[in-house]
Design a binder for this molecule. Structure first.
Ligand code: 9MG
Length: 276
């Protein structure tokens, strides 16, 4: 399997690393927009050297209870960094947004992939994603970030998430989004209890039957705090373990903060997979 944007192809025969770049005000020290851009670029350059295949850029936090951001504010956060990366590198750039306008503008200045935690459910998102003709990651979430962790509830977790994808895949097809552009992600931590998250981790491979590349995002998530009592910056070991379990069950893209450690882990996995 692979994904493509124009003449660019990303080979997914082995799992690829998506490095996270949050460009929200709390992500960089507040030294003005230029300094923030410089710090963000340093982080991107490091992620590329460390082995990131994709840089995922987000200007709106999707953490539980996070404030909403206006379109103009989100544009002003993400567009300069996409332009700056594109001037220096042909690395794959993913735009993490749910807003149609941000998707369009980001692709106009060089983004290759749309990562939408709301699975193209917002106004005009389906039509814009179809027009952009880039790969799109559809993520499952029960509820909305402001309330999703209040009382997540499922009769059958995997069946319900698959049914959600069936519905979104029909919507994508009807909007003219190409099959080859679809990636799916069961959405660890998005409207899921701790038990739900570990159950998803156990059954991650069940989503392979959908027939699309799978993306897994567990990096530093609070499911590891609930189990192990670890603060966010102490969650490297569980994040790598989760990434490994997903990669072994068919994940094509792993979304992470710790790029070098994840790339090293995947190198070991690939070497073992190919060993005689
Ligand atoms: C933006 N974002 C935060 N967590 C995520 C996850 O698990 N998957 C995807 N696709 N995006 C995420």
């Amino acid at each position: 399997m692979n994904i493509s944007h124009g003449s660019k192809i990303l080979d997914l025969s082995t799992p690829k690393v998506m490095g996270i770049l949050n460009v929200t005000p709390d992500s960089f020290s507040d030294g003005g927009r230029f300094n923030q851009l410089e710090s963000a670029m340093k982080q991107v350059q490091k992620m590329i050297v460390d082995g990131a295949d994709i840089i995922d850029i987000g200007g709106e936090s999707t953490r539980p209870g996070a404030a909403l951001v206006t379109e103009d504010e989100e544009l002003s956060r993400v567009i300069p960094i996409i332009e700056a990366i594109r001037r220096e590198s042909d690395v794959w750039i993913s735009i993490d947004t749910s807003k149609a306008k941000i998707m369009q503008e980001a692709v106009n200045v060089g983004a290759d992939l749309i990562n939408d935690v709301r699975a193209l459910s917002q106004d005009n998102a389906l039509a814009v994603a179809a027009k952009c003709d880039v790969p799109v990651c559809l993520m499952h979430m029960q509820g909305q970030p402001k309330n999703m962790q209040q009382s997540p509830s499922y009769q059958n977790l995997v069946t319900e998430i698959k049914a959600f994808f069936d519905e979104r895949l029909i919507a994508c097809r009807n909007a003219g989004i190409k099959e080859k552009n679809i990636i799916v992600d069961p959405g660890f931590g998005f409207g899921k209890t701790m038990d739900n998250n570990f159950s998803l981790l156990k059954h991650f491979n069940d989503f392979s039957t959908l027939g699309y590349p799978l993306l897994a995002g567990l990096s530093r998530k609070s499911m590891f705090d609930h189990l192990l009592g670890l603060k966010v910056n102490d969650r490297l070991a569980p994040s790598l373990t989760g990434a490994l379990l997903c990669a072994q069950q068919g994940a094509s893209i792993i979304r992470v903060h710790d790029v070098k450690e994840t790339a090293d882990m995947l190198k070991i996995l690939n070497t073992v997979t190919q060993a005689h």
